[in-house]
Each structure stands twice: as structure tokens, then as C-alpha cells.
Design a protein around this ligand. Sequence first.
Ligand SMILES: Cc1cc2nc3c(=O)[nH]c(=O)nc-3n(C[C@H](O)[C@H](O)[C@H](O)COP(=O)(O)OP(=O)(O)OC[C@H]3O[C@@H](n4cnc5c(N)ncnc54)[C@H](O)[C@@H]3O)c2cc1C
Length: 552
Amino acid sequence: MAEDTDVIVVGAGLAGLVAATEITDAGKRVIVVDQEGEQSLGGQAFWSFGGLFLVDSPEQRRLGIKDSYDLALQDWMGSAGFDRDEDLWPRRWAEAYVAFAAGEKRGWLRAMGHRIFPVVGWAERGGYDAMSHGNSVPRFHVTWGTGPGIVEPFERRAREAQSNGRLTFKFRHRVDALLTTNGTVDGVSGAILEPDKTARGQSSSRRVTGNFTLRAQAVIIASGGIGGNHDLVRQNWPKRLGVAPANMISGVPEHVDGRMIGITEAAGARVINRDRMWHYVEGIRNWSPIWPRHGIRILPGPSSMWFDAAGRRLPSPLFPGSDTLGQLQYIMSTGYDYSWFVLTQSIIKKEFALSGSEQNPDLTGKSWMMTARRATNKGAPAPVEAFKAHGVDFTVRDSLADLVPAMNALVDNDLLKTEALKAQIEARDREITNAYAKDTQVLNIHNARRYIGDRLIRTARPHRILDPAHGPLIAVKLNILTRKTLGGFETDLDSRVFGGDGKIMPGLYAVGEAAGFGGGGMHGYRSLEGTFLGGCLFSGRNAGRAAAKAVS
Ligand SMILES: Cc1cc2nc3c(=O)[nH]c(=O)nc-3n(C[C@H](O)[C@H](O)[C@H](O)COP(=O)(O)OP(=O)(O)OC[C@H]3O[C@@H](n4cnc5c(N)ncnc54)[C@H](O)[C@@H]3O)c2cc1C
């Protein structure tokens, strides 16, 4: 059968672009198909914050952070909690990925022009024992230029390959089936969708104008996860997290529809760990949405007080930024699908960051002048202030007596009692000026401020929440925000896909979120953050190199 190219890549997100450019660099030809238009090139990565998990980097060392492969692997394994037979390949991927993050990753990117903002963030800090969840040290390296800055080198390489004829993009081509000849996956077929000029990230038309078939020696699935498809999220929701939330908002565009996972499964591929997902609990409804149910994740510093729907403080160590899955589990156990931050103006201006390239014009626009304002602390970044002014989940008042009724009004119930909140906040406030505090969140704040990066731009000077000098008081209703799919196609370290019979399916590879970022779930149950883009880079690179070698 005549081949149209050497390899077909399904999906022009980060993982697909990395795989495709590795193939063309090896002198082979590739066709990249995507259901969206050219304006959406780069997929989710474009919208991302560009945070990357790196281990023992020069940026860390400059800030006095001592990190190592062993410490990072200890953290990774404590977070992953691998406990299943099918974790064999995910565990191998985890080990290989941590080695990549401690080794080649930074230099490989740097050689392509990628740069990093010098202050390293400290995500998912845990709060349990040494062998449990969390980053022992700050490891979240933000790309200078955020999401577009991580897409840029791969788009550039892809455009070069396009101009020398090795790479062909086929946008508005939606794959509906995989084709197989004598047991080898060797093509795709599907629908050509009508041209649509809607802006990047917006939902595009699904009207079909024709059909297509493409043949190659290998096919790489790089179609992303399921976060934009709430039906699939609910279907895969694990019992250990209670009943799926009645209300969720979307942290990803609608094209993250999970459809290709079912199509590939129908062709015989094995999906594992589909009940492992990474959704956030600090979601706020976007007052200026781009995609349906568009939500933004707050990346919180450590000082906001966190209350459940009934007004009880979340138990230790479920502080902002400690343990996303633990927080989700706790919140779902309350019988409600939302919770509250209560904080001050002083906290919001120093501690609130919003995830997403469009919410960080200073870093995305590579403006040192604008970025420096984060440290001078003159006010909250403009996008945060805009949310405070326009966001439906924000309530701002001068006194707690006025704040609590407004919070109740927002959710249309009377679950919160002013006196009960007051007692808890006053108790915490008594601890905040005490250098030997017993309140573990307060201890956590003091610990954060021992790290220069946090003290500079992420942790407010300790103060009483009810001190009017730090007001006004702010309450934020926090929604569950869908984002990442941690399970996916089971793959070996070359990203080759296993079939339901446990044997490699010849010709088929899977990368990025569709492959659980490698192996079918290299994160296990939890992420240390900044690991998703990295998983796309690593699995895309492995697949591209392996496929290029495999095709003649
Ligand atoms: C706002 C935001 C912030 C984030 N911040 C970070 C961060 O700081 N650090 C981090 O590590 N991660 C972050 N992430 C996560 C990370 O961006 C994603 O996990 C990653 O980019 C997924 O890349 P992918 O290539 O696997 O899939 P995607 O980017 O989803 O690309 C898949 C592509 O496949 C196409 N496709 C799907 N099905 C078909 C089909 N049937 N036919 C043809 N085409 C199809 C889609 O249209 C899409 O273009 C963030 C994500 C978002 C949305």
C-alpha cells in the first residue's frame, strides 16, 4: 500500500510537536494531523504557565537550594504511591523521567533557546513524612515567556521541517479510526472539518466537509487527555474520591475531549490507570472566558485560611499549596464541591498567582520591568486585581461581619456562621506573632519565608488576618477545576503501545497526556507539578527517536 509519509502524528500539541521534530531531525518524513485550526498550534501548552520540574539546576543552586536525583526520586515515589501490577511501566518511566529532569532536560531545552525565570517556585510541599507526598525543595521552574515560550522552539523546528518538505501539517483533520494491516498500525482515517477562524482556544465547528485516509509506517497518538470532557471525567471518577462533583469548571479548552483515547482503545490499545486524574481545588470562574466553563487555577502562597463549605478550617497539612489530591479528597468528603479562601489585601497582592499564559502578561511578554513589580509588592498583578473586581467568586468587605453574609449570599445558603469563622481566625491570629507557634499552617508560613524566593515574591509578611491595616478582607469561593489525565496508554520506554493482550502493537506509539505522560501514568496518584510539560517533552522525544529508527 502506498505510504503518504513515514510517520503520522495525531495531535499538534507539545507532545506531538516534539515527536514530529525529532522524526524530521532524523531525516524522516512526518504528517501532523489536528482537528483544530492552525491558530491552535501547540494545544494546551500554549495556555500553560510553562512551569517545569527540574532537579539540581543552576537556578536552584543560585538560590541556595540543595537538590539531587535521590531526593527528587524519593519525593516522586512518595507522591506517586505506585501500588498496582500495571504500575510496572509507569514506575520505569518515573525513574527515567526524574533522571531526565536531573540531567539532560535543561541543557537540551537551553540549546534550543529556552530560558527560565530565575526565581524557582515551590509547589506541592506536602507536609507529611519524608517518604510521603511533596517537594522537599522548590523545583517549579517557570519558562521565561510561559506557555508560548515552551512551544516556541518546537514550533520553530517544525516550521523549518515544513519548509524543507519533511513535515506536513493537516489542520482541521479529525481522526476517527486507526488503520491496521497484518497486525501493524499503518494509518488513520477521519473527517475533514470546515475551516473555522475562531480564536485560539475557543470551541470550533464540527461540521464535516469531507473524509481522508493517510498511510504511514507508524502512528503516534499525541491527542491529549480528557479534562475538557466532563462526562468522561465523571465516568472515570474514582470511588476513593467520593461522588464526582456536581459542578466543575474547565481548566482546558474543549478540544481536550478524550475522544481519540476511545478510538485508539477500539483498535486494541490498552489504557491503564484511567481513574487517576489531577484536578485542582482552587478554581475560579473566568470573568472573561475563552472556552466553555473556563476556569483559572489560583497558585496560592501559604497564608490564606482555607475553610470548607460549612466553615470548618481544612485540617493540617491541607494548607494552600501542600497536597492537591488530599485537598480534593477532603473537600469531596464534606458533601459539597466547593471551599473558601479567606485572606487580606496584603496576602492577595503578594501570594496570588494565576496559572496560564494569558494571566501572566509580564512573564509571557518577557518584560523584566513588569515582572520586577512582583518583588516590589506595590499591588497585586493586574489580572489578579481584575478578578477581584469582576470575578463572580470574589467577595471583598472591610469587616468579617459583612464578609460572611456576603459569602452565604454568593452560594445561596446560610452554612457559614460569622462567630464560628471569627473564633478560628482569631485563634490563628494569636499564633501568627508567636515565633514558636503550634499552628502548623503558621509554622509552614515561617518555613516558607526561610526560602528567599518565597520571601521575595510569594509569601506575605506574617500578620493578623483581622488587622484592618492589612485589609480589606477577601473571600474567594473555590471550585473544582478539571485539568490533567494521569492515566493513559500503557507504553514502554520507546513510547510503543501495549495491546490488550500485553504485547506491543507494531506501528503504534503514544505520547504526552494521552499516554499518562509516559508509560500510562508516570505520576501514579499525584504530581509534584511542572511535570506535565516535561512528560510531553520526554515521551515525545523518546517516541520520535524510536519511531524514526524503526521506519525504513
Ligand atoms: C492553563 C494551563 C496551565 C498549565 N500549566 C502547566 C505548567 O505550568 N506545567 C506543566 O507541566 N503543565 C501545565 N499544564 C499542562 C500541560 O500544558 C498539558 O498537560 C500538555 O500541554 C498536554 O500536551 P499534549 O500534547 O499531550 O496534549 P494537547 O495539548 O491537549 O494536544 C492534543 C492535540 O490533539 C488534538 N486532537 C485530539 N483528538 C484528535 C483527533 N481525534 N484528531 C485530530 N486531532 C486530535 C487536539 O486538538 C490537540 O491540539 C497546563 C495546562 C493548562 C491548560
